[in-house]
Design a protein around this ligand. Sequence first.
Ligand code: C2O
Ligand code: CU
Ligand code: CU
Length: 491
Amino acid sequence: MKRREFLGMTVAGMGSFLPACGGGGGGGSMMGGPAQAPRAALAAGQPLRTLPTLANTATQAGHFAGALEAAPASLALVDGATTALWLYNGLLPGPLVEVREGDRVRIALGNRLAIDSTVHWHGLPVPADQDGNPMDPVAPGASRVYEFDIPSGTAGTYWYHPHAHGTTAEQVSRGLAAPFIVRAASDPLAGIPEVTMLVTGIRLDGSGQVSPNGPMDFTVGRQGEQLLVNGGRLPVHTVRPGETQRWRILNATSAHYLRLALDGHAFTLVGTDGGLLGAPVGPLGEILVAPAQRVEVVVTASATPGARFVLRALRHATDSMGMGVYATEELLTLSTTTDPAVAAFPLPATLRPVAEPGTGAARKRLALTQSGMGMMGGMFGFLINGRAFDMNRVDLVSTAGETESWDIVNDTLMDHPIHIHGTQFQLVSRESAGRVTAAPYRAWIDTVDVPAGTTATIRVRQDLPGKRMVHCHILEHEDAGMMAVLEVRRA
Ligand code: C2O
Ligand code: CU
Ligand code: CU
């Protein structure tokens, strides 16, 4: 479809969908404008919460054992109402799992929801049958144990969330998401105070309830959410003047691209999805964190005592149709105390070696295309190599241990963050209108943003056999079928 024809169709089709958007509750960032529909306001400005960790009940060193329960729960988020949510262990967001490289992990999931669920360990190289695939559902009332090892070299910032067939977006939007941090025995940044900031979105209707996804959400991704950091709205993070900190920032929203900028400050990027970079990158005025991605940044706070600075998600357009535009939003306030300034922490020149994924001539091409009518009521659908998800079909085949180059070609009018389960990979280059731009530095990622009209070339290797999901991490796109099955076969 040509762009012009497509736009004509969109404008004609939009009138009937706009009023339905957000179920009357959201719509805040629709078209990039201010909130039009009333929405229940969350109390803002509380201190940034430290996320509770999942208790380790293992008695042996080198083991982590824990229990998660996914269950309905109600929280008082807005005045005069309690909000019905689905939470892990009653927490919004769920408990932080913290393990060490080399650990043997055993985590039980009890599913107290009325629908199938799973736990997917996003970004970790866990065996395929332990990775919470949609083909391994945990039925309502049932439970199972996930068991896997944490290999050395995987220290980094990950997360976990449900991956049940067709309901991932709903389960995450009702509160099921949480961070998972792997620590290395020796960390070049040990000694720098560390803060985890998990960004999620919540969209409440006028009565304070989470509004379901509608056709527009399944088209361009969930719109009109209020952003939360560690479950709080516009929290205040207080530091000593001049203090250097390491922030692990996770984008656990379903669709919101976070173009982060902090007033009066620059970021030094030290890590991505799969852990530390080879060397610090910066200073950077802004960093784009696509849905599902994580960054580790080092921030040295202003030496001015008693000052306040706002961390924002800057305006970002995710399509060329004007439908998925996220307006600038405030995320968090950085506040300096009135104490005397402390000295900044000097960063090492190098962090850790980031090897090439290996050589190998195998190539794959993934064509992302747009179809006329989408599943789940979307105005159109998004396909991978011409097909919508079918868990009983194998779409791609790889050999364990073999490095491949993938060209991910985005022939749609929207940006898509493409995620591959079970491994970390590297972006080699992006191509747009014949211009190739090499990746500026080597980094381990599990999700690559592929903007509309561009091709991303990655180098990827899977080491474990089994079926892996490849999908867009705009969760509404995933649920509407923008997902493929990669079967990794033993060499
Ligand atoms: Cu974050 Cu298929 O997952
Ligand atoms: Cu994943
Ligand atoms: Cu998508």
